[in-house]
Ligand binder design. Structure first.
Ligand SMILES: CC(C)=CCC/C(C)=C/CC/C(C)=C/CC/C(C)=C/COP(=O)(O)OP(=O)(O)O
Length: 582
């Protein structure tokens, strides 16, 4: 019998820094992720003060052999993550392999659960729980009665024990949380009523994947001056994003095993029945539901991406790489026409290599808290659950409209966006929106029922073979609005005056109009084109939220509900245009 010594890891983050950060976190809304982060960062109190032993009944492989087996397991089962660890310093990579292999042993227990008596599965999970406690606190365990579905469990636990020894600040709590998540996966059939709330899909995704974020941050390290807690939320968000991606990729495979992870609440909202899901019918409602779930997953990726800069510089490239590779699977679901019933989206080796330069650039460009921000992002994660899904549906409809509905049973272009917008308008969060200061600021056009004809220049740029990337921005001020078209380094700015109509629901836009052209540092005031006329326009502000705005535009005096729809999202990062420098 081999005895492995487990010296105690030392805590190195000063307790007072930790406390002040925790106070900050606890002042925010109560959420299980915050509770988990608190537990993960208070692990120092868990550890006992002595060295102890773990027993292993197998022959005596070296610790190098143990890590080598973990590396093989990672390479075999998680190709994208393995690829990302190739860009890590060796010590870190092997710690990540040990963590991955440990998580994998739990996965195997759950996967084998179908053919096992429930007591057996429980016993195996209990064994892993006890091993963990031994690893973290040094209580000796006997391995004779430890058989799990994973033959390598002893090697893996030894590699984990070594990792815990070497890496300061690892906590047992995310490991225990993961076991709880796996337990819920052994109860069959799997169903979730809602995404949020106790027993919701988000909690499950935290337990089986967000926990990995908390486990790995101490290995990856944080940027100088950045505490664990600051990296923890985006780290958990990345785990959740990856898990949602897995769920969306494996809908068909899971349904065949009577596991439906998509919340019943979402299925109902989109009119997709369980029977339809199990039959694999890919119709417009299914595509809209899938794209909405993709939008939600993308919001978690965005949150994670904003946190990549909180990690130590050497960790950013592999994490950004894992993020991009996995996010690519969502785009794969899209390009498979949302057929995740029979097709499994994946990222090919060529795609992985193609992504490298962009990912490298992103990972080096981002400083702490920055990097890779999508200026058009609507912040879905801050919205209440049902409202969040309505907005996701609108973004999904815009995405599907741009890609083109083209099946025989597909809705006419624009109709799904208009229907989703109308749903949201019923829940406009801003009273008297035209008078509200929430209207002011910079907005970018996501969609218009008029297409892009509000600017001929923009239309020409869009159809040009050159990569001109035309962009339309609207700057709303208290009594003026500027419509800005940016294309190929040029900016055209049309300014109009505005006033709020008496009912405070409409903005009246009128003369004097000005027309300016900015080319690099030069600016020219041009005569306002006659063809645009001097009439007034009425903009009905139907929905005004912090980051999303829906309006209908018609001629002044007309009922604007007959006009064209415009959907804008707020720009957080000020672009450079005209006389405004960011
Ligand atoms: C962004 C910041 C600040 C930190 C990053 C912290 C990290 C690394 C978070 C990611 C955690 C992670 C790797 C979670 C695993 C989630 C998951 C669903 C893995 C899928 O594993 P498998 O199911 O084995 O893979 P495949 O099914 O794709 O082969």
């Amino acid at each position: 019998m081999l005895e492995v010594l487990l010296p105690l890891p030392q805590s190195c983050i000063a307790e007072h820094t930790r406390r002040s950060k925790l106070q900050l976190l606890s002042s925010r809304r109560h959420h299980f992720v915050q509770r988990a982060i608190r537990e993960a960062s208070s692990k120092a109190s868990y550890k006992t003060k002595h060295r102890s032993r773990i027993s292993c009944s197998s022959a005596s492989p070296s610790i190098e052999d143990c890590y080598a087996r973990c590396r093989e397991i990672t390479a075999e089962y998680a190709k994208s993550f393995y690829f990302a660890t190739l860009f890590q310093p060796q010590e870190e990579a092997r710690a990540i392999h040990a963590l991955y292999a440990w998580c994998r042993t739990l996965d195997e227990v759950v996967d084998a659960a179908a053919d096992e008596a429930p007591e057996n599965v429980q016993a195996q999970l209990q064994f892993q729980r006890e091993s963990l406690e031994a690893i973290f606190s040094g209580v000796e365990i006997g391995v004779a009665e430890t058989a799990t579905s994973c033959p390598d469990v002893c090697l893996i636990n030894r590699a984990l024990a070594d990792t815990v020894t070497r890496i300061p600040d690892m906590s047992i709590s995310p490991f225990l949380d993961m076991i709880k998540g796996m337990e819920s996966d052994t109860d069959r059939p799997v169903r979730y009523e809602a995404f949020q709330g106790v027993g919701g899909l988000e909690e499950y995704a935290y337990r089986v994947a967000g926990t990995v974020g908390l486990m790995t941050i101490p290995v990856l390290g944080t940027e100088e001056g950045v505490a664990f807690e600051e990296a923890a939320e985006p780290g958990v968000a990345l785990g959740i994003a990856l898990q949602l991606t897995n769920i969306l990729r494996d809908v068909g495979e899971d349904a065949r095993r009577d596991r439906i992870y998509l919340p019943a609440e979402d299925l109902r909202l989109f009119g997709v029945t369980e029977e339809k899901l199990k039959a694999g019918g890919i119709d417009p409602a299914w595509r809209l539901l899938m794209e909405s779930e993709i939008q939600l997953a993308l919001a978690f990726y965005r949150k994670a991406e904003l946190g990549v800069g909180t990690l130590a510089p050497a960790a950013r490239l592999p994490v950004q790489l894992a993020l991009n590779l996995y996010r690519e699977i969502l785009y794969g679901v899209r390009s498979n026409g949302y057929d995740n019933y029979l097709q499994r989206a994946f990222t090919s080796k060529a795609q992985k290599l193609q992504l490298l330069p962009l990912v490298w650039w992103r990972s080096t460009a981002g400083s702490a808290g920055g990097g890779g921000r999508d200026p058009m992002a609507v912040e879905l994660l801050s919205k209440p659950p049902l409202h969040r899904m309505r907005i996701a549906a609108l973004l999904a409809a815009i995405e599907l409209d741009a890609a083109g509905w083209d099946g025989p049973d597909d809705p006419p272009r624009g109709s799904t966006v208009e229907a989703a917008a109308a749903q949201l308008v019923e829940h406009n969060p801003t009273m008297e929106p035209a008078a509200s200061s929430a209207l002011q600021g910079e907005w970018t056009l996501l969609w218009s029922s008029r297409g892009s004809d509000f600017s001929r220049l923009q239309q020409r740029a869009a159809s040009s073979p050159l990569p001109l990337h035309p962009r339309s921005i609207q700057l709303v001020e208290a009594s003026a609005v500027k419509n800005i078209v940016q294309v190929a380094g040029m900016q055209i700015v049309i300014t109009a005056t505005t006033r709020c109509a008496e009912d405070e629901m409409k903005t009246i836009v009128g003369p004097p109009y000005t027309f300016e052209l900015f080319v690099g540092p030069l600016s020219f005031t041009l005569p306002f084109p006659d063809e645009f006329g001097q009439e007034r326009t009425c903009v009905e502000q139907l929905y005004v939220d912090h980051d999303l705005r829906i309006s209908r535009v018609g001629a002044y005096g007309e009922k604007t509900t007959a006009g064209s729809w415009f959907i804008h999202s707020r720009i957080e990062q000020t672009p450079n245009y005209g006389n405004k420098k960011s």
